[in-house]
Design a protein around this ligand. Structure first.
Ligand code: CA
Length: 524
């Protein structure tokens, strides 16, 4: 019996050429990839048509909100057709899930983002596809026709797109109606792609070209550690290829990879040449930021923050001289930071400052700017954006099995927007400081030994001719810093976390509990 599945159409190559022409036609000035990126789970962000599910039009309707917050980049979690609410099992890489809207809605979103200097990156989920993807269903259909015969790629190229074997292994699932198994590390509905296949790589290149041609600025690379589970060198090779390929398509395209691993491993993965890797060693519930906040008031812990920043900068830079750090506090896979801060407003604010005063492309998970909490099962980490207590104005329904907290510690956006002391207004101020001082976002980092003492974490950032010094009081008590040796420096930005002002009296800088300050060289 002959298999009738289609092989890659010759028009495919043409499509890439068209996409490349489109990319060149965009003709934008090279983008600065040091941005404040806002991670959006479209499902839970804003619903424009009242069906309870967030959508692209909903995101577009909130762009002024995001601009006011100060962000200038958006990472959209997967928007392609999928059988799950989270959409990390992609059914078609070139389409928009109808629940989120249409390709026209996506173009409109990009257009409106462009007007506001907001760049958009998409989730690139290529460790695996959805089990309903045409490549996978064609391959399985072919295997069912085989009997005892060996598969032939000439008959069905898609058998080489996945990792099929006749021998059962851990992390594999049986192809129904056959004695074949396929690799499926995450779940049976997520068959792992064979990233060693030239045909698969060519497909990935086409997918990237397609979206870059529409105007996206790059991709967030999902699950890079699982490309070849447990094989770092092989994963690094794939990341190198991805970076090289995306740069060939669009010179300034931005890639940030998810490598959920230790400091040493993240450092190694930078050897791939990839621009950014999420800085898990600093973010999440086990990262340096929350550890230091939990150790607030302990001088050894507090001062270790600045030295850890210096160490990471040197290590990552040593592995990739063009690296851009990608700090974050929370994302859709981990509990929200406000919860780890025990609902304490000052600690939640300081955690935000520790993240956004790190160099690189800083990431902010939707709702973090209003101190939303959320932990437990995954859907509970992906709860509806809390726009207002009435839960209208585009508020979505919670995803399946999401457990909402009885209340949020700091209220909704609507309740916070006119409160100067709110988490929301602190974030606005913080992002404004980051955007206004290039050394904050771009600087090389070194602990400022003379000031990095007691409960003050102090570090200097240098970017070309520019520099700044950041001071953080990581303690529940007010503290002072002696600036007598810093006569040529001025207090440029103050972030008070609990109301009391930061004051400079002569050479004595008084930092209230959990306060942050930025010094800049005085103008002559
Ligand atoms: Ca909707």
């Amino acid at each position: 019996m002959e298999f009738t599945g289609e092989t890659a159409a010759p028009e495919e190559a043409l499509k890439t050429e068209q996409a490349l022409t489109q990319i060149r036609a965009l003709g934008e000035s090279p983008q600065d990839n040091y941005r404040v990126w806002y991670e959006i789970f479209v499902y839970s962000f804003c619903d424009s048509d009242g069906d309870g599910i967030g959508d692209l039009k909903g995101v577009t309707s909130k762009l002024d909100y995001l601009r006011q917050l100060g962000i200038n980049g958006i990472w959209l979690m997967p928007i392609h057709p999928s059988t799950t609410y989270h959409k990390y099992n992609v059914g078609d890489y070139r389409a928009i899930d109808p629940a989120y809207g249409s390709l026209e809605d996506f173009r409109e979103l990009l257009g409106e983002c462009g007007k506001r200097d907001i760049r958009v990156i998409l989730d690139l989920v290529v460790n695996h596809t959805g089990s309903d993807h045409a490549w996978f269903t064609a391959a399985c259909e072919y295997l069912r026709t085989l009997g005892d015969a060996e598969p032939n790629m000439q008959d069905c190229p898609y058998v080489d797109y996945y990792n099929f074997t006749r021998e059962f292994r851990t992390g594999y699932t049986q192809v129904s109606g056959t004695d074949w198994y396929y690799e499926s590390r995450f779940s049976p509905d997520m068959p792992d792609l064979n990233l060693g296949s030239d045909a698969v790589r060519s497909e990935i290149r086409e997918i990237m070209a397609y979206w870059l041609g529409l105007g996206v600025s790059g991709f967030r690379v999902d699950a890079a550690k699982e490309f070849y589970s447990g094989q770092t060198d092989a994963n690094i090779e794939v990341l190198s290829w991805l970076q090289q390929t995306v740069t060939e398509l669009k010179e300034d395209a931005y890639l940030v990879a998810e490598v959920w691993d230790s400091f040493d491993q993240v450092t190694r993965y930078y050897e791939s040449g990839i621009t950014s890797i999420f800085d898990y060693p600093f973010g999440d519930s086990t990262g340096k930021i929350i550890k230091v906040i939990r150790g607030a008031g302990n001088a050894a812990t507090v001062t270790s923050f600045a030295t850890a920043l210096e160490k990471a900068d040197r290590a990552y830079l040593g592995a990739n001289p063009d690296y851009i750090d990608a700090p974050f506090l929370s994302n859709h896979d981990v509990g929200r930071i406000a919860g780890f801060c025990g609902g304490d407003a000052a600690k939640t604010k300081l955690a935000g400052a520790m993240n956004l005063l790190m160099s690189g492309s800083a990431f902010l998970y939707y709702g973090e700017e209003i101190g939303m909490t959320g932990s437990g099962n995954d859907p509970s980490k992906r709860a509806p954006m809390y726009w207002n207590p009435q839960r209208d104005s585009g508020t979505t329904q919670p995803p399946p099995e999401c457990v909402l907290p009885e209340s949020y510690p700091f209220g909704s956006y609507e309740e916070q927007r006119f409160d100067d002391d709110s988490i929301y207004n602190y974030y606005r101020q913080l992002i404004a400081i980051r955007q206004a001082i290039p050394a904050v976002s771009h600087g090389r980092v070194a602990a400022e030994a003379a000031l990095n003492t007691g409960c003050v974490s102090a570090f200097r950032k240098t970017w070309g001719e520019e520099s700044c010094i950041v001071l953080l009081n990581i303690s529940p008590e007010a503290t002072q810093a002696d600036l007598s040796a810093y006569g040529n420096w001025a207090l440029a930005a103050s972030l008070s976390a609990e109301g009391s002002p930061i004051t400079l009296d002569g050479a004595t800088l008084t930092l209230p509990p959990y306060a942050a300050a930025v010094l800049l060289p005085a103008k002559n």
